[in-house]
Design a protein around this ligand. Structure first.
Ligand SMILES: NC(=O)c1ccc[n+]([C@@H]2O[C@H](COP(=O)([O-])OP(=O)(O)OC[C@H]3O[C@@H](n4cnc5c(N)ncnc54)[C@H](OP(=O)(O)O)[C@@H]3O)[C@@H](O)[C@H]2O)c1
Length: 335
């Protein structure tokens, strides 16, 4: 196990669940981080999690935000709780890393951003894939004109949900549904690679028996003129790939969303492919480490947000998802 340095950021986790475990393991890899405490609604769960991951304390939610030692809270609860948990942490002067989707709707997102700015605290949505070396390289290739002007994204991202995630995805009271849970990834991917938010949005969905969106299709037009087709589902096996088409070629990105290899094919503005190059960029086996490093770097430098995932973009993406849910007449029971 690594030795944490004396100035290591002390992390607290709210929600002792599945993804919290991944972050706890990533924190152990980072010398500038220390998992200090974990909080759960179930004390025995917090205790077990703390023991398993070497955290000093197992707390209730109130105790963890009251702790003078904790610098930053990572919120890893189900979507319906994100707003209240993050708000509690910010109100108690803690920086916050908030799991995706940031909140259930844009109104909540704006409120958290306002609060963080008022209190001078760091706040970020945990879209971990943005920080992967392979995704950063993909963005660089696009920026460096590898396929000319990007005109179209075609993305499929779906599969039959694993049992351990099923309750969370299917339950409207937990703010389940494929858009907030999975669709957010391809939406965020496209916005990140293009560096802009969509200006025109069309979408369709199929609802599950329990009344959440189960298979969803999104079509966007961006200010640059780029068009996007995204299909996502938690109840249908898909190819999980992104195809990116530009004026001088295309990129095949299989293993969406955290793939390490992609192929760039180029042409001279005709149908004849002149070259295809395979690009491979390895990511750490615990891909969450890069996100942890970014949070630590930002806080150490006194930054209140990450330039890789700015808060205005997070709000913008929540607005996109609000607009689509409006189109479908889809409200969560507690909204
Ligand atoms: N970055 C990624 O790749 C990734 C992957 C999976 C999930 N996520 C995100 O991470 C967050 C948590 O997902 P998860 O799969 O880790 O969730 P989970 O293990 O099912 O639950 C996380 C925590 O939420 C609370 N919770 C769960 N079900 C509840 C219920 N029925 N009633 C009340 N509280 C409940 C519990 O908090 P307590 O311990 O306090 O009781 C639980 O420990 C979500 O925002 C999800 O979208 C991200």
């Amino acid at each position: 196990m690594k030795m944490a340095n004396t100035k290591a950021l002390k992390w607290g986790i709210i929600g002792a669940g599945i993804i919290a475990q991944k972050i706890a393991e990533a924190l152990q890899l980072d010398a500038n981080s220390q998992l200090w405490a974990v909080a759960s609604k179930t004390p025995a769960k917090a205790k077990k999690f703390a023991e398993r991951n070497g955290a000093e304390h197992a707390y209730s939610y109130q105790e963890i935000v009251d702790s003078r030692e904790v610098d930053i809270i990572y919120v890893a609860t189900t979507h319906n709780f994100h707003f209240e948990n993050a708000k509690l942490a910010l109100q108690h002067g803690k920086h916050v890393l908030l799991e995706k989707p940031f909140t259930v709707n844009a109104r909540q997102a704006r409120e958290l951003v306002r609060l963080a700015r008022e209190k001078n605290l760091f706040l970020m949505e945990a879209i971990w894939v943005r920080f992967l070396p392979s995704i950063k390289l993909l963005k660089k290739k696009i920026q460096n004109n590898a396929i000319g002007d990007v005109k179209v994204f075609n993305i499929s991202f779906g599969g039959f949900v694993e049992t351990r995630f099923a309750e969370r995805l299917k339950d409207p009271f937990l703010a389940g549904g494929v858009t907030l849970d999975m669709g957010i990834y391809p939406i965020s991917f496209v916005c990140y690679l293009l560096g802009e938010l969509p200006m025109e949005i069309k979408s369709m969905t199929r609802f599950s028996d329990l009344g959440v969106d189960e298979i969803s299709n999104y079509m966007f037009r961006f200010p640059s003129g780029c068009l996007t087709n995204i299909c996502t589902s938690y109840n249908l096996k898909m190819r999980n790939e992104a195809m990116i088409y530009g004026t001088r070629g295309f990129i095949e990105f299989p293993q969406f969303q955290a793939g390490e290899r992609f192929a760039i094919s180029t042409h001279e503005g005709t149908n004849k492919i002149s070259d295809t190059v395979e690009v491979v960029e390895k990511n750490h086996s615990n891909g969450f480490i890069y996100q942890v490093e970014e949070v630590v770097r930002c806080i150490q430098e006194g930054k209140l947000e990450s330039a890789i995932i700015p808060l205005e973009e997070t709000i913008g993406i929540m607005e996109v998802m609000d607009k689509m849910r409006d189109e479908w007449g889809f409200r969560y029971p507690f909204e």
